[in-house]
Design a protein. Structure first.
Length: 450
């Protein structure tokens, strides 16, 4: 029998779904669109992870006080999207997601945490059922919100020429996430990857993640770019070359991080270029790094003891946004396009043409659901091995698919960043009651309430 507390939670969930004001975003060709109005959607967002790399178990979307403090200023800045790097998939996110929704802000979410992520030094042995149960549970936690724009399957897992072999497991994870969403979500939610901007493999990696069957390809692609510094230009920053490089890319492309801080305060003059007709045929905007001031000095605001101070970077970005209108029309997007040609392996890029099979037990999650979200306190996939299995939901049987425990790949194992301080996620869960549950299920379609 369901508890009153559980029923209250269901009622709250029902209210969140019914009162949602933002329409889901869908992918058409190489751009994002509002699923109801048909208007093209450009990302004008920020990366939001207070505490930076030191807050390894901090979930910004479970901290309602911080959401109430920060979101109004995000709205005043003119944002329509935030990226979150780490969440506790067992926590309650309804209130913060509702606040974002009311402010007109979508979420782009990384599904990894420092204890559950692909290990670039040994990806085969971190790709296991423990990992996928965590990833799928994170999808479950956010698939019900209409303002969940998409999920990142990884962030900078490949960060030099020696770690490109890990791309095979990034692609496998992307495949698995898409399969889970297709089976367990009432709507399609895009899955993409956030890449380090490594010149030697910038194009091969993007092509690899966009080649092959639709079931394996990313739905969107993004990279973290810091090439526009100070009062640079469209050409001196290399933006013109990125547009040329990706002119024929067939899925939406955007900057998952931008905002070089070699010149301070930052001027953000790249905003005018990013939303101009020079770039909109290829790019769909970007996310400024980052919201709160950390040790690396990329912040727009200073957070301290429940208070917020707007920094000069905030004011400069606000002025640039105010003077740069959102593009009108479809921005010259490509309505259709082909998958990329898979790159040839070479000195600077190596990948597998055939992806590893699902780890043992993982198919049950796709078929039956991930079960209880285990959150930050759940088991880590690191060092567990490619054959490691996670707890199986009651009433399911194990999958005998071949695991990839014997797979191996050359990798440096180093964890580097751009001195930004962000989390490197690549070590980087009665009659009346029954009637209510049935009513909720009928409204939200295929959503499963645990």
């Amino acid at each position: 029998m369901r508890s009153l507390g559980h029923l209250a939670s269901v009622v709250g969930l029902f209210a969140a779904v019914v009162n949602a004001s933002l329409n889901p975003i869908v992918v058409k060709g190489n751009a994002f669109f509002d699923s109801v109005t048909g208007k093209r959607f450009y990302i004008r967002g920020v990366d939001y992870q207070p505490g930076g790399s030191s807050a390894v178990n901090y979930d910004p979307l479970a901290d309602v006080a911080n959401c109430k403090l920060n979101i109004p200023y995000m709205q005043q800045l003119g944002l329509n999207a935030v990226r979150i790097y780490s969440v506790d998939n067992s926590a309650d996110h309804r209130e913060c997601m509702a606040l974002l929704d009311a402010a007109g802000i979508y979420l782009i979410l990384d599904v990894n945490t420092p204890t559950n992520s692909l290990n670039r030094a040994d990806p085969a042995n971190s790709y296991n059922a423990i990992y996928l149960q965590h990833v799928f549970s994170t999808i479950d936690a956010f698939k019900i919100f209409s303002n969940t724009l998409g999920f990142f399957s990884g962030n900078e897992v490949i960060n030099d020429v020696n770690t490109t072999g890990a791309s095979t497991w990034v692609k496998a994870t992307t495949r698995d996430m898409k399969a889970y969403i297709a089976k367990q979500s009432s709507r399609t939610i895009p899955v993409g990857y956030s890449a380090a901007d490594v010149s030697e493999n910038r194009l091969p990696l993007a092509e690899y993640l966009n080649c092959g069957s639709d079931s394996e390809r990313v739905d969107f692609y993004a990279f973290n770019s810091y090439s526009w510094c100070g009062n640079a230009s469209y050409t001196t920053s290399g933006y013109d070359q990125r547009v040329a490089d990706f002119a024929n890319y067939s899925v939406p492309l955007f900057f998952s991080e931008y905002g070089c801080n070699l010149v301070q305060p930052r001027l953000f003059t790249e905003v005018g270029a990013l939303y101009s007709s020079q770039m909109t045929p290829v790019f769909s905007g970007g996310l400024v790094y980052e919201w709160s001031q950390e040790t690396s000095h990329y912040g727009l605001v200073e957070l301290s003891n429940g208070n917020i101070t707007l920094l000069q970077d905030y004011q400069n970005l606000k002025a640039e946004f105010a003077s740069t209108s959102m593009p009108s029309g479809d921005g010259g997007y490509k309505a259709s396009g082909s998958a990329s040609t898979c790159p040839v392996n070479g000195t600077d890029f190596t990948s597998w043409a055939v992806l590893p099979a699902l780890p043992e037990g993982a198919q049950n999650y796709i078929d039956k659901g991930a079960g209880k979200a285990l959150g930050y306190s759940g088991p880590s996939n690191q060092g567990a091995g490619g054959a490691a299995t996670a707890p199986v939901p009651a009433g399911t049987s194990t999958n005998t698919a071949t695991s990839c425990a014997s797979c191996s790949v050359a990798a440096s194992g180093s964890s580097t960043s751009k001195s930004s301080g962000h989390i490197l996620l690549a070590t980087e869960g009665g009659v009346a009651g029954g009637a209510l549950l049935a009513a909720v299920a009928a409204i939200v379609g295929a959503m499963v309430i645990i």
